[in-house]
Design a protein around this ligand. Structure first.
Ligand code: NAD
Length: 476
């Protein structure tokens, strides 16, 4: 169903599309497929609802988000199970994501009340300056499938908190997860038109409408760098406000003063999270040559112990990839590396899993002797492959780590405080974990440099993306 102007309804012409379980290939839902008439209706509803929502007190907006937070936490089990069925991650990881998604509702329910302006000393004694923060207007939001609930709340919560209204297009692979989020917003009493949902099998016209329609003030996108650039190009002639959370190619650096066993355990946990389908997933593991044997031994042992399968089955620690093209891409990265001289320590091919249907499973893989010439060293794999590259000194590894068009996340393991600080300053990435494999939280800004995006989500910065600063100069 589409959610437009507070009403759940089918698409114009009753078009639908199917969503399926990547672990089995089974169809799990049929969803209304928004066309251009529906997109227009959703933008019209959001536009009509804007001035009243923007005019509500911050306390009113905060209360709605707070209630949505509570309802999402209450529904955690149901949402997590649906997410595992539709997206594939193991149930425990899905529960964690629902909590992370709910955290954005709570965080921005609080931030709604902290949208402060300022007073500024003026150059003339008869003059006063003040600034005011106002919502930008109607927001067009596009989200990916890999974190199908938290990526929705990470955009919708700050937009609503700021006083904006929203039209959201979820990824075509995970519309059911987005529908659940909007059911929550509906149930907690969000006024009609304030948040609208338009699932569709064909995202291109929606991107075109969001970037060109004069009623849309801001476009926020999470997805691939490739599509982000298309949208940025489309938005440019219209001077549309934009935020982009795009792809990454994270370095994971382990220095000789770190414990290689501890670092390898961390590396395995963050690499195989969500089957490697995370924008902050390490895509290059730089390990100091003097400790590489111990690191690889531990990483290979931990990787071999992972259990691939349907995320609903007890004991499964790693789920399927989202689709066949993803599986093909992962295989290509492995084959290219091996052909150019990489060592295949474990994995390397599609995994056989018992159960109904055909899932897109790939064996968790560790590659050694990886070099800069291999495709995996510079293209985002988005799959369960850990490529290990050896290094000798700090200057060399900083240069190698920064030698990428991406700039989203980086990880460093060291027992030297000074080195940790030097790395934090020298690495050109928006999010850096120092001896920490989860440098993310609703309260911390998330976003990338270079081709990984523009803008930040979460944290204090997250709501600023939906606000305009207005300066008032008063003669008195
Ligand atoms: P994708 O770019 O193919 O799709 C993302 C979204 O864009 C989907 O909703 C899709 O329907 C839509 N889309 C595709 N083409 C479009 C077009 N021409 N116009 C408008 N919308 C269009 O990416 P994906 O494969 O679904 O997601 C994986 C990518 O997302 C990876 O590169 C990953 O790193 C990135 N990602 C980034 C973050 C972050 O915060 N930086 C978070 C999650 C995922």
């Amino acid at each position: 169903m589409l959610f437009i102007d507070g009403t759940w309804r089918g698409a114009n012409g009753n078009a639908t599309f199917e969503t399926s379980n990547p672990a089995t290939g089974e169809v799990i839902g049929t969803v209304a497929d928004a066309g251009s008439v529906d997109v227009d209706a959703a933008i019209a509803a959001a536009s009509a609802a804007f001035s009243e929502w923007a005019g509500q007190t911050a306390y009113v907006r905060s209360a709605v988000l707070r209630d949505a937070y509570q309802l999402m936490v209450d529904r955690k089990e149901r949402l997590a199970k649906l997410m595992t069925e539709e997206q594939g991650k193991p149930l425990k990881a899905a529960r964690n994501e629902v909590q992370y998604a709910a955290d954005f509702l709570l965080w921005f329910s609080e931030e709604a009340k902290r949208v402060y302006g300022s007073t500024i000393p003026a150059p003339r004694s008869d003059q006063r300056f003040i600034t005011l923060q106002q919502p930008v207007g109607v927001v067009g939001a596009i989200t990916p499938w890999n974190y199908p609930i938290s990526m929705v709340t990470r955009k919708v919560a700050p937009a609503l908190a700021a006083g904006c209204t929203v039209v959201l297009k979820p990824a075509e692979q995970t519309p059911l997860c987005a529908i659940e989020v909007f059911e929550i917003l509906d149930e907690v009493g969000l006024p009609p038109g304030v948040a609208n949902l338009i699932p569709t099998a064909n995202p291109v016209p929606v991107g075109e409408a969001f970037t060109s329609d004069p009623r849309i003030a801001k476009v926020t996108f999470t997805g691939s760098t490739e599509v982000g650039k298309v949208l940025a190009t489309q938005a440019a002639p219209h001077m549309k406000r934009t935020s982009f959370e795009l792809g990454g190619h994270a370095p994971f650096i382990v220095f000789e003063d770190a414990d290689p066993v501890h670092a390898a355990k961390g590396a395995g946990l963050v690499k195989f999270l969500n089957t490697g389908q995370a924008c902050i997933s390490p895509n290059r593991m730089y390990v100091h040559a003097s400790i590489a044997d111990q690191f690889i031994e531990t990483l290979v042992a931990r990787t071999s112990a992972l259990r691939v399968g349907n995320g609903l089955d007890a004991g499964v620690t790693i789920g399927p990839l989202v689709d066949q093209p993803s599986l093909d891409k992962v295989q290509h990265h492995v084959d290219d590396a091996v052909r150019k001289g990489a060592t295949l320590h474990v994995g390397g091919k599609p995994a056989k899993v018992d159960g109904p249907g055909e899932g897109f499973f790939f064996e968790p893989t560790v590659l050694g002797n990886v070099t800069a010439e291999m495709v995996i060293s510079h293209e985002e794999t988005f799959g369960p492959v850990a490529p290990v590259i050896l290094f000798e000194n700090e200057a060399e590894v900083i240069a190698a780590a920064n030698d990428t068009a991406y700039g989203l996340a980086a990880y460093v393991y060291t027992n030297s405080l000074a080195r940790g600080m030097r790395m934090f300053e020298a690495l050109n990435f928006g999010i850096i974990g120092i001896n920490d494999i989860n440098p993310t939280a609703a309260a911390a800004p998330f976003g990338g440099m270079k081709h990984s995006g523009i803008g930040r989500e979460g944290g204090r910065e997250g709501i600023a993306e939906y606000l305009e600063t207005k300066t008032g100069g008063f003669s008195i």
